[in-house]
Design a binder for this molecule. Structure first.
Ligand SMILES: [Zn+2]
Length: 387
């Protein structure tokens, strides 16, 4: 009997040791870059078309920044700012085709790798191939094997690009494969890059487009000075691409939930820059600093969906991403980030109640206490009660 009791006590002690060990494991990090995705074409940010039903749900579990900006509307230098938290001019990397040379501070993946993180990246375009040296710190960097035979080609240039593009479906498949190969019990950093929002817009042949280039779209675009009417069909396919992307993100997050990987992870969803789509008489990105090219979506999902549904309107930017992640993980910022951690902002979050009246918590002092909020009524996150 005494032996049985001893075994029982040992089992209890062992269980609590492992439980304690588990709880001490640092959160994993998932960084998702949606290349060329501008926030005002996401229904998450109020677009009139239902382009992102999944991201709307994700937004309820995340902090959704409504005023985030890129440092530069060009893919390689913009991703360099995300990974380094420094400005392109400091990095001496201001255009595609340039590489990160003579930069002795670590990048985010290098910092995390040194902290014992397993690291991997899946790229959706050869635009970010390792030639640019942004693969530093990634144990695995999948910048090869792009699909060579995707149809739909408009120009010779597009055809060249088409050959080097990977669809969201493939990115998600590879991301899931990476996750399944990570050792359990050790935190990981996974970077996924999606290129569906970048021309040429390509879809699987069996995928049905939800949106057509119709009068309602034309009316919307004309009212907002999308000046290149010949490209309205392209804008329509931009929306279709975002819808396709959203569906694949849903599949990826479903996997994360099924495998219980969200419980102890911080997930950041962001874009490197926007797209002209014909506003200011310019379709693409990279030549101007107009809002449509500089504004980006930014969502941060914390473990247990903490702060979920908050929509701070403070101006933030891509160089704030890395220091926020490191601050959350309580890891020393050896990158000497130029950006700021956004965590102090969380302490100021406050949601404006949907109704007001005598004695209601919409008293000016309560609102002033939380100056960053621009949330739609009735979407109060759990932690945000009126104070
Ligand atoms: Zn880009």
């Amino acid at each position: 009997m005494r032996l049985v009791r001893l075994i029982f006590i040992l089992l209890m002690l062992g269980g609590s040791f492992f439980a304690c060990h588990r709880s001490q494991q640092k959160p994993s990090v998932i960084l998702i870059s949606l290349d060329t995705v501008r926030p005002d074409h996401l229904s998450l940010y109020g677009y009139f078309r239902k382009t992102t039903p999944f991201m709307e749900e994700l937004g309820k579990e995340s902090v959704v920044f409504t005023n985030a900006r890129s440092q530069i509307p060009i893919t390689v230098p913009s991703h360099a700012t995300i990974f380094s938290s420094h400005y392109p001019s400091e990095l001496k990397l201001v255009d595609n085709g340039w590489k990160l040379e003579n930069w002795d501070r670590p990048l985010l993946a290098e910092v995390l790798e040194r902290e014992g993180y397993q690291t991997a990246a899946v790229l959706a375009s050869s635009i970010l191939e390792r030639y640019h040296k942004l693969n530093r710190g990634f144990g695995s960097y999948q910048d090869q094997d792009f699909e060579p035979k995707i149809p739909v080609v408009k120009s010779e240039e597009d055809q060249k690009r088409t050959k080097k593009k990977r669809l969201a479906q493939d990115v998600v498949d590879r991301g899931i494969e990476r996750l399944s190969q990570f050792k359990p019990g050790q935190p990981f950093f996974l970077f996924l890059h999606f290129y569906d929002g970048h021309r040429p817009y390509i879809f699987p042949q069996d995928w049905k487009k939800p949106f057509q280039n119709d009068a309602e779209l034309a009316q919307y675009l004309e009212s907002r000075a999308y000046l290149i009417k010949d490209d309205y069909d392209q804008v329509n396919d931009y929306d279709n691409s975002i819808s396709y992307l959203d569906q694949n993100l849903e599949r990826f997050f479903r996997y994360l939930k099924d495998k219980n990987l969200l419980e102890n992870a911080i997930v950041v969803v962001v874009a490197d820059h926007g797209e002209g789509l014909g506003q200011h008489n310019y379709y693409r990105h990279g030549l101007h600093l107009y809002e449509e090219q500089m504004r980006v979506p930014l969502l941060i999902r914390f473990p247990r969906a903490e702060h979920g549904g908050a929509r701070p309107g403070a101006q933030v930017s891509l160089i704030d991403v890395a220091p926020t992640v490191l601050d959350f993980l309580k890891i020393k910022d050896r990158m000497e980030s130029r950006g700021n951690s956004l965590l102090p902002l969380m302490a100021t979050l406050y949601i404006r109640p949907a109704t007001s009246g005598p004695g209601s918590p919409t008293a000016p002092s309560a609102v002033l206490r939380c100056p960053f909020v621009s949330a739609p009524p009735g979407t109060a996150p759990r932690h945000c009660s009126a104070r």
